[in-house]
Ligand binder design. Structure first.
Ligand code: TPP
Ligand code: MG
Length: 596
C-alpha cells in the first residue's frame, strides 16, 4: 500500500451491515465523497454538473470552493494534495469546464500528484451527437490520467468514487477523472455502502525483492564514488526519515531533484543540492563522476540528465521506483528494484547493516568538497541599486524560514526559489516540475493553504505566470485564504528571454511584457481583488517589505518586487548538451581539476 493514502480507502470503512437507501445519482455522488473523507472540493458549476451542486449545497462535510477558472480548481487540488498527503478534488461541468481542467490534469500526471477530477457529461442519450457543451473528456484525458471513468448508470457512482480515490492515492499516485452523465446524476438509484471495488488487475507492488536489495547493498559497499539521486517519489512515500538514516549510515552524498527539494535538509553536510540544467556544479559534477547512482523515486528526466548518452558515463545504476515502467526507461538499471521507497530504503538500511562492510568515501568527499567550495551558488548584484531576484529569495528564506510552504510558478523565479530559499522539510516546496505549467503558483498556494491553514504559505511567482491565474486572488480574498504572493517582476518572460540572450543573439522576440511599466499595476490589481498590495524596488527595503507581509495574517498579500531584467539563472547546462559542459556563469566552465 502506498503511503500517500487518502484516509478513506475501503479498509477504513466501517464493517457494519451494508446500508441501502434510495436517492438520486447526484446525492449518491455527494454521499460517496463524504464517506471517502473529502472535506474540500474546488470547482465551478454548469449545466451538466448542476444536479450535483444541489445536494452539495446541503453537505455539512464537504466544503465547495468556488474558483474563478477551472484551471485554478485543478492546481488548487494539486496544492491541497501535496500539502496534506491526501487526494485533492476538483469539479467542473462538461465541455469547456472539463477542458479547462486538462492542463492541471496533465500537470498532476507528470508530477504524480493524486487528484480526482469530477466532471459532468451531457445526458447519455446525447453522447456522441455534438450536444451543447459536449466534449469527450475521458478521451481527451486518456493519455494524461492514471485512470478515467465514464459513468452513465447511477448505481455505479459510489463504487466508482471509491475506486477513483484508491487508484489516485496508491502505487504511483496520479490524477483520475470521473465523468458522469447528467441523466445518471438525475436518476434515482439504490445507494449501497460499503462498496466492493472491482479492480482485479490493479495491484501495485510495494515490497521490494530481497535479492535486489542485497545486491544493491553489495554495490554500495564496493563503490568508491556513490551518489544518492533522490526524486519526488521519496517524499510521496513519506520516506525522508529513512533517507536520512541511509545517508548517515553510509556517508554517501545526496542530491535532490526539483521535485525532491526539502526531502533531505539543505543544511545537511552531505547534501550537494539540486542536479540538472540549473543544478549546482557539485551535484552535477558528482553524478558525472560517480561510479554508482542509487536512484530513489526519480525518473532520469532530461532536465536532470542533459544529453543522455553522456550522463554519468561511469556509473552503475541501482534504480528503485514504485512504477515498473520507470525502470530502465531512459537509463539501464543494473539493479532494478520495484517497490515503495519507504520499504526500499528501510530494507536497504537493514541489508547494509547486515552486510557489515562500510564504504570508504574519503577521497570522493575531498573532490566533492572542492567542487562545493570553488563553485558555490552565487549571483550578480547591481551598482545602480536595482534588485537582484536571488537576494529576495535569500531574504524570504531567512525571514519566513523553513517551516513555511512555498509554491512557485515556472521560469527563472522558480529556479531561484529552488536554489536560494533553503528547504529543510519534506513537501515544503510545491512546484510544477514535469509539465512546467505557468500559472501554477497562486492556485496551488491557495489549495495548500486550505489544506494546511496552520502553515504560512508563500507563492513565488513571475510577472508572466501571475498574469495567467491571478483571478484566484478573488477566491482567496472571499474564502479567507491569507496566502502571500511574491511577484518577481522582471518585466519579461525571463526564462525565455535568457535563452534568447544565450542562443538567439539577443533577439528578444515577444518576451517583453513591460510589466515594470505597471501595466497592469500589481499593487492596484491586488487591491482590486480585496488583497493587500505592496511594492519593493530596492535591496534596502526587502526585509521590511517581507516583515510587513508576514504581519498581515487575515488577508492575502501581493508583493510587487521590481527586479533587474537581466538577471540570469546559473549554473546552466544548455538544452541538449552534456552535463560535462555545465557553465556556472556565462562562458565560465568549471575546471574539473580535482580528478584522480
Ligand atoms: C503555460 C505555459 N506557456 C508557456 C511556457 C513557456 N515558458 C516557460 S518559462 C516562461 C516565462 C515565464 O515568465 P515569468 O512568469 O515572468 O517568469 P520569469 O522567467 O521571468 O521569472 C515561458 C513563457 C510555459 N512554461 N507554460
Ligand atoms: Mg518575468
Amino acid at each position: 500500500m502506498g503511503h500517500f493514502l487518502c484516509r478513506n480507502t475501503p479498509s477504513s470503512v466501517t464493517r457494519n451491515e451494508p446500508m441501502t437507501e434510495q436517492m438520486t445519482g447526484a446525492q449518491a455522488l455527494v454521499r460517496a465523497l463524504e464517506q471517502v473523507g473529502v472535506d474540500t472540493v474546488f470547482g465551478i458549476p454548469g449545466g451538466a454538473i448542476l444536479p450535483a451542486y444541489d445536494p452539495l449545497y446541503d453537505s455539512k462535510k464537504v466544503r465547495h470552493v468556488l474558483v474563478r477558472h477551472e484551471q485554478g480548481a485543478g492546481h488548487a487540488a494539486e496544492g491541497y494534495a501535496q500539502a496534506t498527503g491526501r487526494v485533492g478534488v476538483c469539479m467542473a461541468t462538461s465541455g469547456p469546464g472539463a477542458t479547462n481542467l486538462v492542463t492541471p490534469i496533465a500537470d498532476a500526471y507528470m508530477d504524480s500528484v493524486p487528484i480526482v477530477a469530477i466532471t459532468g457529461q451531457v445526458a447519455s442519450a446525447a453522447i456522441g451527437t455534438d450536444a451543447f457543451q459536449e466534449a469527450d473528456i475521458s478521451g481527451i484525458t486518456m493519455p494524461i490520467t492514471k485512470h478515467n471513468f465514464l459513468v452513465t448508470d447511477p448505481a455505479d457512482i459510489p463504487r466508482t468514487i471509491v475506486e477513483a480515490f484508491h487508484i489516485a492515492a496508491t502505487g504511483r499516485p496520479g490524477p483520475v477523472l470521473v465523468d458522469i452523465s447528467k441523466d445518471a446524476l438525475q436518476a434515482t438509484t439504490t445507494y449501497t455502502w460499503p462498496v466492493q471495488m472491482q479492480l482485479p488487475g490493479y495491484r501495485p507492488v510495494t515490497r521490494p525483492h530481497s535479492k535486489q536489495i542485497r545486491e544493491a547493498a553489495r554495490l554500495i559497499a564496493e563503490a568508491k564514488r556513490p551518489v544518492l539521486y533522490v526524486g519526488g517519489g521519496v517524499h510521496k512515500a513519506t520516506a525522508s526519515p529513512e533517507l536520512l538514516e541511509l545517508a548517515e549510515l553510509t556517508g554517501i552524498p545526496v542530491i535532490t531533484t526539483l521535485m525532491a527539494r526539502g526531502t533531505f535538509p539543505d543544511s545537511h553536510r552531505q547534501h550537494l543540492g539540486m542536479p540538472g540544467m540549473h543544478g549546482t556544479v557539485a551535484a552535477v559534477g558528482a553524478l558525472q563522476r560517480s561510479d554508482l547512482m542509487i536512484v530513489l523515486g526519480a525518473r532520469f528526466d532530461d532536465r536532470v540528465t542533459g544529453r543522455l548518452d553522456t550522463f554519468a558515463p561511469h556509473a552503475k545504476v541501482v534504480h528503485a521506483d514504485i512504477d515498473p515502467a520507470e525502470i530502465s526507461k531512459n537509463r539501464h538499471a543494473d539493479v532494478p528494484i520495484v517497490g515503495d521507497c519507504k520499504e526500499v530504503i528501510s530494507d536497504l538500511v537493514a541489508a547494509i547493516k547486515a552486510d557489515g562492510r562500510k564504504g570508504d568515501y574519503a577521497e570522493w568527499w575531498r573532490h566533492l568538497d572542492a567542487y562545493r567550495e570553488t563553485y558555490a551558488l552565487g549571483y550578480e548584484t547591481y551598482e545602480d541599486g536595482s534588485l537582484a531576484p536571488q537576494y529576495i529569495m535569500e531574504r524570504i528564506g531567512a525571514l519566513v524560514g523553513p517551516d513555511a510552504i512555498y509554491t512557485a510558478g515556472v521560469g527563472q523565479h522558480q529556479m531561484w526559489a529552488a536554489q536560494f530559499i533553503g528547504y529543510e522539510n519534506p513537501g515544503s516546496f510545491i512546484n510544477s516540475g514535469g509539465a512546467g505549467t505557468m500559472g501554477f503558483a497562486v492556485p496551488a498556494a491557495m489549495g495548500a493553504k486550505m489544506g494546511r491553514p496552520d502553515k504560512e504559505v508563500w507563492a513565488i511567482d513571475g510577472d508572466g505566470c501571475f498574469q495567467m491565474t491571478n483571478q484566484e486572488l478573488a477566491t482567496c480574498a472571499l474564502e479567507g485564504v491569507p496566502i502571500k504572493i511574491a511577484v518577481i517582476n522582471n518585466g519579461n518572460l525571463g526564462m525565455v528571454r535568457q535563452w534568447q540572450t544565450l542562443f538567439y543573439d539577443q533577439r528578444y522576440s515577444n518576451t517583453d511584457l513591460q510589466s515594470s511599466r505597471r501595466i497592469p499595476d500589481f499593487v492596484k490589481l491586488a487591491e482590486a481583488y480585496g488583497c493587500v498590495g505592496l511594492r519593493c524596488e530596492r535591496p534596502e527595503d526587502v526585509d521590511d517589505t517581507i516583515r510587513k507581509a508576514m504581519e498581515i495574517t487575515d488577508m492575502p498579500v501581493v508583493i510587487d518586487f521590481v527586479v533587474h531584467a537581466d538577471a540570469m539563472v546559473w549554473p546552466m547546462v544548455a538544452a541538449g548538451t552534456s552535463n560535462d559542459d555545465i557553465k556556472y556563469a556565462r562562458d565560465m566552465a568549471p575546471k574539473w581539476e580535482h580528478e584522480d
